[in-house]
Design a protein around this ligand. Structure first.
Ligand SMILES: [Zn+2]
Length: 49
């Protein structure tokens, strides 16, 4: 569906909200991927107040 980053991530792994299951690109915008899959972020956030 539409465009895909084709393996070129837009954001760092930590910031990614979606990852393409097909090419592995990471982004915060679901629409940027051909096969987006929600990314679960690490719960251990040491910067939490
Ligand atoms: Zn893709």
């Amino acid at each position: 569906m539409g465009k895909c980053l084709k393996g070129e991530s837009e954001v760092k792994k930590k910031q990614a909200k979606f990852k393409c299951e097909k090419c592995g690109a990471m982004t915060q915008k679901k629409a940027h991927l051909c096969k987006p899959k929600k990314v679960k972020q690490n719960k251990s956030d040491k910067h939490k107040a």
